[in-house]
Design a protein around this ligand. Structure first.
Ligand SMILES: *[C@@H]1O[C@H](CO)[C@@H](O)[C@H](O)[C@H]1NC(C)=O
Ligand SMILES: *[C@@H]1O[C@H](CO)[C@@H](O)[C@H](O)[C@H]1NC(C)=O
Ligand SMILES: *[C@@H]1O[C@H](CO)[C@@H](O)[C@H](O)[C@H]1NC(C)=O
Ligand SMILES: *[C@@H]1O[C@H](CO)[C@@H](O)[C@H](O)[C@H]1NC(C)=O
Ligand SMILES: *[C@@H]1O[C@H](CO)[C@@H](O)[C@H](O)[C@H]1NC(C)=O
Ligand SMILES: *[C@@H]1O[C@H](CO)[C@@H](O)[C@H](O)[C@H]1NC(C)=O
Ligand SMILES: *[C@@H]1O[C@H](CO)[C@@H](O)[C@H](O)[C@H]1NC(C)=O
Length: 591
């Protein structure tokens, strides 16, 4: 207990110290909270061209550091990474504490370990605040835009957890983590969607240009985050063309999304041969996608309303009718953004711009997957599990980092979860850590897991007493602590467990009388086993208990026994002496 909480405190102080100083730094200007970590680095790093600051590594739950190879030229030029071998558990996280609540762009660049002996390209999953937002695909390290994962997420509390989930294909290897605050209303999808979702960018295209760029390269403001824009010169060679301008574009860099001005200085337009534009991407079916389309009239030939009018269709359905950029903005060289969220059952998403006057035009396209945010596990129960983890001495391979129940694809092993719809939270209803080589103690805090119905800790080497507080877990039906090294007496309070059906305490070193309120229970069709405890007594099948004696009485008995032994010895000696004398007298008489 002592040891466990000290470790937590040290870890906590370490993390909060580092993060507090960063937060103070961010709060001084009216800048968004910005945190960049160079994973595996022991020193702060500054990278060109804008001298970006990457903090030395902190906030991680495990793993090791190694020299890194950048899979892509768009990865930040960092030299180290942190990787998480499977022996450190399937789940590992970064906890970033003391951050202001709000909306964030979270971005994780992946790294490859610089070591020819290690298999490269690990495949793993990522989650933020318990919601899985990315799964690496084989071959990712050969595709620039797959060298990182990004999520736009609401942070409700004052910390954020970013976790990596091994899938048995190599060790998750992380080059950098960015936690970039953006506007509270950024990428709002409309009222009906609320704020319980995470957005994963599927595609972000800047059309009519050949240069890949981050917001930073485009002189975007920090409140927009630091989006990566993949360039596209044509959707269909020969049927469309790229145009650009040096003119200043109005209505850019405004709340809530702060798109950089330069994004609107290039575009793709249709031609006389093919006035429309169409663009198709492969997607995962049966998900919701949010499509954001960017326009500005930059063609000197188009000066008035009605010269360029088109419909926007997504997978064949008209989403926006008669889009006329000049009519919407009032002027040329002015930006406008349209967004629509659609449910897609097929494997592709096709965006078509179909003109009724002139040719279609488009400056940029963003497509996001809309992921419902997971509900998390009750925080009391998570804290209790962390104490159980420390006190039982759970091996590293269990991991047990992040949230126990979510992402639902990656629950902690040994923990059974159930969704409590009245609380809107996950709760723990089972603990199955049988036969895991555990050598610790059972902490009293286990009773904070109030929804437990079953506990199986059989076949370990758990020492010490059975916690009295187990009797407080009212729903408990199965308690199997058999084959451990538990000692002391069975707490009478276990009798309070009205729902208990199976109680296995066999094969321990328990002593004393089985409490009467438990001893009688097997009569009511419950299955209890108390055998194999040398010191237990008092129910049928076990030895009878001796009378209860005080220390004084025990000393009395000891002295009494010693005294009796002395008397017997004296008696035997006398008898023997007397018999010798008689024998001698008989010999004399005979002789
Ligand atoms: C990383 O590379 C440097 C030399 O560039 C070397 O000195 C160091 O030992 C390497 N670190 C690891 C963990 O391999
Ligand atoms: C996106 O569209 C919805 C309605 O479809 C609208 O309520 C919302 O304001 C739009 N978001 C932005 C940032 O324009
Ligand atoms: C960003 O600003 C700098 C200095 O004002 C300028 O030289 C550069 O061309 C701008 N970049 C873009 C992409 O607009
Ligand atoms: C897509 O959105 C609809 C409407 O909000 C919702 O009912 C549905 O569950 C969503 N589908 C997925 C896969 O999230
Ligand atoms: C508990 O685990 C042990 C070892 O795996 C198993 O034999 C036993 O049946 C389990 N107990 C219950 C009540 O399921
Ligand atoms: C139980 O075992 C522990 C060591 O594992 C020992 O310190 C403690 O005194 C024992 N308690 C009883 C009541 O025998
Ligand atoms: C109780 O446990 C012992 C071993 O400790 C086993 O031999 C016995 O079969 C068990 N009794 C019942 C009723 O399960």
């Amino acid at each position: 207990m002592q040891l466990g909480s000290t470790i937590f405190q040290v870890l906590f102080i370490h993390i909060s110290l580092s993060a507090t100083s960063l937060w103070v730094f961010a709060a001084q200007s009216n800048a968004p909270y910005t945190l960049r970590i160079s994973c595996g680095s022991r020193e702060d790093v500054h990278t060109p061209p804008t001298n970006t600051l990457w903090y030395r590594d902190f906030g991680y739950t495990g793993g090791r550091f190694a020299n890194a190879t950048r899979p892509s030229f768009i990865s930040p030029p960092l030299k180290t990474l942190r990787f998480f071998p499977l022996s450190d558990g399937p789940e590992n996280c970064y906890y970033i504490e003391n951050i202001p609540a709000g909306r964030y762009q979270i971005r994780v660049f992946f790294g490859l370990i610089t070591d020819p002996n290690l298999a490269s390209e690990p495949i793993f999953d990522l989650s933020v605040e318990g919601t899985q937002f990315a799964s690496l695909q084989p071959g990712w390290s050969g595709v620039d835009e797959q060298s990182f994962a990004e999520a736009i997420v609401n942070v409700m509390g004052t910390s954020v957890s970013i976790c990596f989930h091994g899938t048995g294909h190599g060790d998750p290897s992380i080059l950098s983590i960015e936690v970039l605050q953006i506007d509270d209303d950024a990428y709002e999808l409309g009222k009906s969607w609320g704020d319980k979702f995470v957005l994963r960018p599927v595609k972000r295209l800047s059309s009519g240009t050949g240069k890949p760029a981050f917001d930073e390269d485009l002189n975007g403001t920090q409140w927009g985050g630091d989006r990566f824009w993949k360039p596209i010169k044509t959707f269909s060679t020969g049927d469309d063309q790229a145009i650009s301008t040096e003119n200043v574009i109005a209505e850019t860099s405004i709340s809530p999304n702060f798109y950089p001005l330069a994004l609107y200085q290039s575009a793709i337009v249709g031609t006389d041969r093919e006035p429309g534009l169409s663009f198709q991407i492969d997607i995962d079916p049966n998900k919701n996608y949010s499509v954001w389309l960017h326009f500005a009239e930059i063609d000197p030939a188009v000066t008035k309303e009605l010269q360029r009018v088109f419909d926007v269709l997504i997978n064949g359905d008209v989403m926006f009718k008669d889009v006329d950029v000049i009519r919407m903005t009032g002027e040329r060289y002015t930006a406008v953004v349209l967004n629509k969220t659609v449910s897609v059952s097929g494997k592709s998403l096709k965006i078509m711009l179909k003109p009724s006057a002139g040719h279609a035009i488009i400056s940029a396209i963003e497509v996001f997957e809309v992921i419902a945010a997971e509900m998390i596990t009750m925080t009391d129960e998570v804290s209790a599990l962390r104490i159980v983890k420390a006190m039982l001495g759970l091996p590293l391979r269990f991991g047990w980092n992040g949230d126990p129940c979510v992402p639902q694809q990656h629950p902690w092993s040994g923990v059974d979860c159930q969704f409590d719809s009245t609380k809107g939270k996950w709760v723990i209803d089972g603990l199955g850590l049988d036969n895991q080589g555990l050598r610790g103690f059972l902490p009293n805090e286990i009773s904070e897991l109030q929804h437990l119905q079953s506990i199986n800790l059989s076949e370990n080497s758990i020492r010490g007493p059975i916690p009295l507080t187990l009797g407080d877990i009212a729903k408990l039906q199965v308690l199997d602590l058999s084959y451990n090294e538990l000692n002391g007496t069975i707490p009478e309070h276990l009798g309070a467990l009205q729902n208990l059906q199976i109680l296995n305490l066999n094969g321990n070193s328990l002593t004393g009388k089985v409490p009467a309120n438990l001893g009688g229970r097997p009569l009511h069709r419950a299955r209890f086993n108390f055998t194999g405890n040398d010191g237990l007594c008092g129910i049928p099948g076990l030895p009878e208990c001796g009378p209860h004696l005080s220390v004084g009485a025990k000393i009395g008995i000891a002295f009494g026994s010693l005294f009796s032994l002395l008397i017997v010895l004296v008696f035997i000696t006398c008898w023997w002496k007397r018999r010798q004398n008689i024998l001698r007298a008989q010999k004399l008489a005979a002789g």
